[in-house]
Design a protein around this ligand. Structure first.
Ligand code: FAD
Length: 318
């Protein structure tokens, strides 16, 4: 069976959920071979094996942490040349997408970014994308080289599938460009304790209707009752009510959770572009004519300051 390279997104050995989702998709088209780089790479092997990795190629050189993406591209290319895979799958994080794009250029392959599904096909894997602000769904395959495909979080279930997961050190020779941009410092973001927006199974978002930063506590309370991440429309972000890192939409983050709750958000096309692939969409808006109601599964016409606290209380008492 053909092998499929899976680039592992991890933090000091803790594998992030989108990589486990990639392993589910990789098993549809071949045998997953994981590539884990940087500090703690070796610690990823057990969980990767539990989810279907037949081999785990690891490299922990200091260059991966000390410089920007090029050392990782060198390493992924080394894995590519060692394995000759049927496809390369990469999570759609900002860093991993850059790595995927650089790899595709180096090996002369086409690339598909932000796939939301993947299936095997007679002439290679077929990827589904949601394009033009989610107005169309396309199915496409790469016709040049080995497919390099980045996949959005929450596009596939995490499925246990025990495999050998044999750890093999990956020999990497860094090119001259690898040490071209040094990381001078890293400042960890203050953690809210909530899940990461792009990976969360549930997202609760607030818009201009929230009417002030202090009122976002209403949105946060609902999010916390559901174990959800908090999102915001650009109007709310531009008003300074919530940080830009939480903006959902065309110029913010793209999310695809199981459940998306939009409160006080009108549903402008630029907002829809970032959330329309959510599996179930709920909106709370006092204007029954708001465009958001055109795309929801469930809509509540009402004042969010009445509806959201009631919802939070109901969920909390269950
Ligand atoms: P509004 O459109 O003002 O809607 C507020 C809604 O809240 C209304 O429907 C109103 O009925 C409702 N409301 C008010 N009070 C209450 C209440 N008490 N209870 C219930 N409902 C209430 N936008 C994004 O979100 N993300 C992006 O990434 C983004 N990128 C953009 C890129 C470009 C190039 C451009 C031009 C625009 C972009 N926008 C983006 C902006 C977008 O066009 C909209 O202006 C924005 O999404 C509106 O945000 P909103 O829905 O919160 O506000």
């Amino acid at each position: 069976m053909a092998e499929v390279l899976v680039y592992v997104d991890h933090v000091d050995g803790a594998v992030r959920k989108p990589t486990l989702e990639l392993l589910t998709l990789a098993r549809r088209i071949g045998e997953p071979v994981a590539v884990a780089l940087g500090p703690g790479a070796g610690d990823t092997a057990a969980v990767l094996a539990e989810h279907g990795a037949v081999r785990v190629l690891t490299a922990e050189a200091p260059e991966f942490a000390d410089y920007l993406v090029v050392p990782k591209v060198d390493a992924l290319q080394a894995a590519y040349e060692a394995v000759t895979p049927a496809a390369v799958l990469v999570p759609s994080s900002a860093e991993a997408k850059e790595i995927a794009a650089r790899l595709a250029v180096r090996v002369g392959s086409g690339i598909i970014t932000d796939a939301i599904d993947l299936e095997s096909g007679d002439e290679g894997p077929v990827a589904t994308q949601s394009v033009f602000a989610a107005a169309f769904t396309t199915r496409s395959r790469i016709t040049r080289g080995t497919p390099v495909i980045t996949v959005k979080p929450n596009s596939a279930p995490v499925e246990p599938a025990p495999a050998a997961g044999a750890v093999e050190p990956l020999a990497v020779t860094f090119g001259a460009a690898a040490t071209g941009t040094k990381v001078v410092s890293r400042t960890p973001r203050e953690s809210s304790g909530r899940p990461e927006l792009t990976e969360a199974a549930i997202v609760v978002s607030g818009g201009r209707g929230v009417n002030g930063s202090e009122n976002f506590s209403v949105i946060e309370a609902l999010a916390d009752s559901l174990g959800a991440a908090v999102g915001a429309s650009r109007a709310a972000v531009d008003a300074g009510w919530y940080p830009h890192s939480h903006q959902v939409g065309q110029t913010g983050k793209s999310v695809s959770p199981q459940l998306y709750i939009a409160s006080g958000i009108s549903g402008a096309i630029q907002h829809r572009a970032g959330m329309q692939t959510s599996k179930t969409i709920v909106a709370i808006n006092k204007d029954a004519e708001a465009p958001i109601f055109d795309l929801v599964d469930y809509g509540v016409v009402g004042d969010l300051f009445q509806v959201v606290p009631q919802l939070t209380e109901e969920i909390t008492t269950r």
